[in-house]
Design a protein around this ligand. Structure first.
Ligand SMILES: Nc1ncnc2c1ncn2[C@@H]1O[C@H](COP(=O)(O)OP(=O)(O)OP(=O)(O)O)[C@@H](O)[C@H]1O
Ligand SMILES: [Mg+2]
Length: 500
């Protein structure tokens, strides 16, 4: 019996209406290793893992655990057999406590067959302490920050003592420190002979943690490589199927008048941003740097009118806008691509066309106040094609797209409103390397046309590569603004940690 592999998936095929999501995919994972699974948005990574986990039933192929063939009828079955999974989307029940979420479906019972809450909370406390996570078991999970909720998912996956743990983009909402902490947990698992399958679009993470990497493209397995035998460029070209292009496009824009001015803005919440002032010019990309918790999103939400301010002034093209609301912002030519696109941006039961055009309906009224559906659909298609959204048709429901492709639809939505000022909060999070470049190109085109962009980003190379200037926040205060020539990783970090 061949028992060198913890997991063998042989020739797995899975077809959805209009898409062959998996086309004879073979993946072999050794015990006690971290195996990265890479590929562009829509390549089939999550689908493959969902077949393993019993969420989807594959149309063909076999799965073996430690050499013996198996097939899980559902995720409960998979968990019992030693396979656990952290999903790309959060899957908890917000109204329940941390402990209840962790033990959902396998709650410890008292003799009376009622749930033993005391034991459940005690077990949770012990587990979280062992993982060095500072979370209270009794707390309602919905009240925790997204990153804390993500930590709960990690704790839950670990709590099953599985021999295979799948992590599908576990770090998309974690702070740098939390990522380090997760890596510590992963290394611990590896030393206990657990096989960890790790999906991420962040190259640095792959090179930091993986032992082997398998690359998928268009539903096929391209190959499995030892991490020592591969470098960044090779990995990118394997994923996109062509030579790795430049990381950032060149664009020439002339910096014009001030189009947005913020003066001494302070948040309602005294612990949020305070006394922030800046100017944005036509033709400019202003980067906003800082660590998670620096209040960058909060500041952007105030500019867009999602949250009020306790003091300060916002002017657009020289005109002060009092009591900003999203409606007023949009009327004044401002668009905002939010950070939490999946949570707040998607209408799951609507198709891609509708999800794209929903913010620009007003622009497509005919003289008789009817919607010009043809033009609307054409334009939706054009933007999604530009971003290479991978979908069988424009009528496909958005919920059937891969995580990254859903994000591309939301980005298309805001590009289609033709905003004069576009706020982009973490624009390339969860987006594959190829599409990142497309987004950068579109940003370049926008500023060449005299539009202006504010880009909040935690990715240093992106901040440095794309911005004309970078304003850095730390603990809600502006700690400095760097010109292109002064933009270095060290300078940004120095300002981002000024009050720490
Ligand atoms: N439930 C579904 N119904 C129809 N099509 C689906 C469904 N789930 C996935 N697909 C399609 O299968 C393909 C693979 O999607 P999958 O989610 O596996 O991609 P992925 O590699 O995880 O991408 P990402 O990096 O964006 O998360 C995509 O074309 C997607 O549209
Ligand atoms: Mg996925």
């Amino acid at each position: 019996m061949d028992n060198t592999y913890a997991l063998e998936m042989e020739e797995i095929t899975k077809v959805f209406p209009g898409v062959r999501a998996l086309d004879g995919v073979t993946l072999r994972v050794k015990p006690g290793t971290v195996h990265a699974l890479m590929g562009e948005n829509g390549a089939g990574k999550s689908t493959l893992m969902k077949c393993l986990f019993g969420i989807y039933k594959e149309d063909g192929g076999i799965i073996k655990l430690n050499g013996s063939q198996c097939r899980f009828k559902d995720s409960h079955d998979a968990l019992k057999s030693g396979v656990s999974m952290i999903h790309q989307e959060l899957s908890n029940v917000p109204e329940r406590s941390v402990a209840e979420n962790l033990w959902l479906g396998r709650e410890p019972l008292k003799k009376s067959l009622l749930i033993d809450h005391k034991k459940m909370n005690a077990d949770t406390k012990e587990l979280l302490a062992r993982l060095e996570m500072d979370i209270k078991p009794e707390k309602r999970i919905g009240a925790l920050s997204i990153s804390m909720q993500q930590n709960c998912e990690i704790a839950k996956a670990v709590s099953y003592n599985s021999s295979i743990v799948v992590m599908d983009e576990p770090t998309s909402s974690l702070t740098d420190n939390e990522v380090d902490h997760l890596f510590k947990i992963i290394r611990q698992l590896r030393s206990q002979n657990v096989a960890v399958i790790y999906i991420s679009h962040k190259m640095e993470e792959i090179f930091a943690i993986a032992d082997e990497v398998s690359v998928m493209r268009d539903g096929k397995m391209i190959g499995t490589y030892d991490i020592c035998d591969i470098d960044n460029n090779k990995l990118i070209s394997l994923m996109v199927g062509r030579d790795a292009t430049l990381r950032f496009p060149t664009f020439k824009s002339s910096i014009g008048d001030v189009c947005l001015k913020a003066e001494h803005l302070s948040a309602m919440n005294p612990r949020s941003f305070k006394d922030v002032s800046f100017e944005l010019h036509r033709g400019e990309i202003l980067g906003i740097g800082g660590l998670v918790g620096a209040q960058r999103t909060e500041l952007m939400e105030a500019i867009f009118g999602v949250r009020g301010v306790s003091a300060g002034k916002i002017s657009i093209s020289g005109k002060e806008i009092v009591n900003m609301t999203p409606k007023k912002a949009i009327q004044n030519g401002v668009g905002m691509i939010t950070e939490d696109r999946r949570g707040s941006g998607i209408f799951p039961l609507m198709n891609i066309s509708a999800n794209t055009s929903i913010a620009s309906l007003g622009e497509y009224l005919t003289k008789l106040h009817l919607l010009n559906h043809n033009r609307l659909n054409e334009e939706s298609r054009r933007y999604n094609e530009a971003l290479r959204t991978k979908t069988p048709t424009m009528e496909t429901l958005i919920q059937n797209l891969s995580g990254g492709n859903q994000q591309k639809v939301i980005i298309s939505r805001w590009l289609m409103t033709l905003p004069d000022i576009l706020i982009m909060d973490e624009p390339t999070r969860g987006i594959d390397v190829g599409a990142k470049y497309e987004i950068y190109q579109i940003m370049g085109q926008l500023v060449e046309q005299g539009k202006a962009i504010i880009m909040v980003s935690s990715e240093m190379p992106e901040l440095i590569g794309m911005s004309h200037r970078v304003m850095v926040l730390c603990a809600g205060r502006c700690t400095g603004t760097l010109d292109k020539s002064e933009c270095s990783q060290e300078n940004i970090m120095r300002l981002a940690t000024k009050f720490m």
